[in-house]
Design a protein around this ligand. Structure first.
Ligand code: CU
Length: 93
């Protein structure tokens, strides 16, 4: 039991330090429109800290795998980055 507790505490500490190291901040948003064919998603997003962008509604690109997890009207927490100059959703929580 003690060993198990020690192990899980170690895991938590490791994950915590990893998320600090990546310095990525998930942003809250709501999916307004989804265009799966075009690989585009319109998100009403809060402040995007990593991209120094204020809250707004805008179109992002997203790959098929991420779009498959999205639905219009859904509240999400996501990561975004510039990929080849285009703002792209890179992860969903
Ligand atoms: Cu924006």
């Amino acid at each position: 039991m003690t060993l198990l507790k020690t192990l899980s505490l170690g895991t938590v500490a490791l994950i915590a330090s990893m998320s600090f190291a990546s310095a990525e901040t998930y942003t809250k948003g709501t999916i307004k429109k989804l265009d799966a064919k075009a690989g585009k998603v319109t998100i009403i997003h809060e402040d995007l800290v990593d991209l120094e962008m204020p809250a707004m509604t805008m179109v992002f690109r997203a790959d098929d795998e991420l779009i498959a997890k999205m639905a219009e009207g859904q509240d999400i927490e996501f990561l975004a980055d510039r990929v080849k100059g285009k703002l792209t959703v890179t992860a969903l929580k």
